[in-house]
Write a protein that binds this ligand. Sequence first.
Ligand code: UTP
Length: 299
Amino acid sequence: MTEAANRKPIKKAVFPVAGLGTRFLPATKAIPKEMLPIIDRPLIQYAVDEAREAGIEQLIFVTGRGKSALVEHFDMAFELEKTMADRHKSLEVLEPTRIQPGNLVAVRQQVPMGLGHAIWCARAIVGDEPFAIFLPDELMIAHQGGGGCMKQMVEAYNAHGGNVISVLEVPEAEVSSYGVIAPGAQVSAQVTEVAGLVEKPRREEAPSNLIISGRYILQPEVMRVLEGQAAGAGGEIQLTDAMARMIGQQPFHAVTFNGRRFDCGSKTGFVEATLALALERDDMADEVRAMAKRLLAQG
Ligand code: UTP
């Protein structure tokens, strides 16, 4: 068998959703950030839809205190469904929230010690398989008729194996807020080798202006690297540091997503996503466009 045929498929995804969401307080005091809706779907729903489109079957939520709404969102709401059915209302709108029994597992991160630590908390469920990671506050929207971000990454994984992360270009002034890659050889229009990684570098020390954008496919060895890792930038256990240590041991590629990304972890990014998606929806685009024009005219 060829190497590609031996490759284990990506069937599991980890959704680290245990962060405190401090930038959205007080909205996120009692409600997880990932439950904030862009129009009528919570952020977590967009990420789960993207995962399923890419062929992922098992969803692993790394949650914390006050995050149970995320699990409930994907549970069956018997009373709601019965009442809607009795009133002859269509249940189709709930379709995306249905998960096969057993395909959603929640594990707890007891203390928010960073993204790397959150991923490590899922190690027993991930087991010995390559897996995907989704940061749901990064909203990745495919172009009309194009595949989603994770689907494009799975295609790169099928071609190259190893580890795959998604990247995007930002203005140089912004690099110090993100994980940044040192690009290696360009493999194709969308795929680049990753030669190095650094979390939140100073602008003058950043190896490029290509930042990691919230989607990963990683080999299970990352769990062992995370196991003994000390805290990095911001006093947190950084996933970027663990990935950096895997470069050179396994193939490592970056995919530039052919689509749009909205940083919904920031308030302005959240507003931008809401407006952009509203302007594309048949049921509201005309009204929203007229509204936006009116508001802009008022200065
Ligand atoms: P962020 O850096 O966006 O942090 O985490 P946050 O807590 O969600 O939001 P702010 O900055 O306080 O407003 C990136 C991702 O990592 C998860 C978050 O839930 C988010 O999906 N995370 C972060 C954890 O699961 N655990 C952590 O300890 C830290």
